[in-house]
Design a protein around this ligand. Structure first.
Ligand code: SF4
Ligand code: SF4
Length: 386
């Protein structure tokens, strides 16, 4: 096997924090589907240690690092407090900056996420392809509108972050979220186009410089002190990590203003309209970046539970396989991982699934399930005449 030089850049003390107990293994989706030690958190850390000790890596190292979904289920399970997510991000950045890990065409693809006009144009092309029915349904794309209605601010109590692909493909979800927040009596404002993308996918891909550039741009689009609400678990986790990413006082202050929208609504639960009775059941999928990273998934149950029976899955928050761009680059593993999630959902017997992350929502929808954002469900139940 060909050896490549790599300066991993992870402190030895971090690598040594893993005591190889293996308690994370049942919580790792890639280990669960492959049963390979190197596809487990413990195995990946052993490969990182070897790379740090020798200063060299091979194709096997790249393969197993690239196959990690970065779900961070291992962090929640680890009794030793190993910060696996941070180690994986450092590893990916070392690979992206020192090797040919990220090809030019992927870098260009990631870069376009920060160009809203380009994204809008590309989305219109997809919309036309949908209208002439040449896009396969199994892609699980939402119906992309040919013409987008602008989001209009209704006050300045809170900001709502809109993001890149979610805003281009699922703007109606933002509109539903806006209506639910407004139902508490608060006004919602939207950022300028400078907040085009949070940079989460760039961090996952190891493109740290691009992520830091996007973070600076995003921060400038939210003047003042109003809370910044986020209706995508992955974007919320990324905005909350800006202090760590940029290591500046401003970034830390910015991150403190960020809340997942369900967190904020749970704090304003008594201001939401009441209904005389609950309406049916919904299975709740906990996105990894809400459960394992933001650790705020319970607020989804609290908000949904005011209107409908919110049924948790029995898989302890195992990843669904979406993983940002993961399902596009590793479709087979992503589908194998998803099969376990589908079985958990089926055991609930609920007809609809709620997911607070657009990537998970689309990945599950591509398996034929009816999946909706929790606040789209709440919005329609508030509007319902009962
Ligand atoms: S982040 Fe997820 S996929 Fe990666 S090692 Fe941890 S549990 Fe496994
Ligand atoms: S990452 Fe944590 S849970 Fe997994 S083997 Fe190491 S110490 Fe044990």
């Amino acid at each position: 096997m060909m050896k490549t030089k790599l300066d991993l850049g992870i402190p030895h003390s971090d690598l040594a924090s893993c005591v190889s107990c293996g308690l994370c293994l049942p919580h790792c989706p890639t280990y669960r589907v492959t049963q390979e030690e190197s596809a487990s958190p413990r195995g990946r850390i052993a490969l990182m240690k070897h790379a740090a000790d020798t200063g060299f890596i091979d194709e096997e190292f790249v393969e197993f690092m690239d196959a990690c979904i970065q779900c961070r289920g291992c962090e929640t399970a680890c009794p030793a407090g190993v910060e696996f997510g941070s180690m994986m991000e450092t590893t990916r950045e070392a690979l992206a900056t020192q090797t040919s890990y990220q090809r030019w065409w992927r870098r260009v693809g990631y870069r376009t996420l920060g160009w809203p006009n380009f994204l809008a144009f590309g989305s219109r092309v997809l919309s036309v392809l949908q209208l002439v029915r040449v896009l396969p349904k199994k892609l699980g794309l939402p119906q992309i509108p040919l013409v987008q209605r602008k989001l209009l601010s209704s006050g300045n109590d809170v900001f709502l972050f809109t993001g890149c692909i979610m805003d281009a493909w699922m703007r109606e979800t933002h509109r539903a979220v806006q209506r639910v927040v407004e139902a508490t009596g608060n006004g919602v404002q939207f950022p300028s186009k400078a907040a085009a993308c949070c940079g989460a996918l760039h961090v996952h891909a190891g493109l740290g410089d691009e992520a830091r550039r996007l973070a600076q741009r995003t921060m400038a689009a939210f003047p003042g002190e109003a809370p910044i609400l986020v209706d995508s678990a992955g974007c919320g986790a990324q905005l909350k990590s800006y202090g760590h990413l940029l290591e500046t006082k401003e970034a830390k202050q910015f991150a403190e203003r960020v809340l997942d929208v369900h967190e904020w609504l749970a704090d304003h639960i008594n201001e939401l309209p009441q209904k005389p009775e609950k309406s049916g059941r919904v299975a709740v999928q906990d996105p990894c970046h809400l459960r394992h990273v933001q650790k705020s998934h319970q607020s989804v149950y609290e908000v949904l539970g005011r209107y409908i029976e919110a049924v948790p899955l029995d898989d302890e928050g195992l990843c669904c396989g979406a993983g940002g761009a993961y399902s596009a680059f590793h479709p087979d593993t992503a589908a194998d991982v998803r099969d376990r999630k589908l079985a958990s959902i089926e055991r609930t017997g609920a007809p609809v699934v709620a997911s607070a992350n657009p990537g998970c929502l689309l990945h599950l929808r591509s398996a034929g399930l009816e999946v909706r954002h929790p606040l789209e469900i709440v919005d329609s139940l508030i509007a319902k005449d009962v």
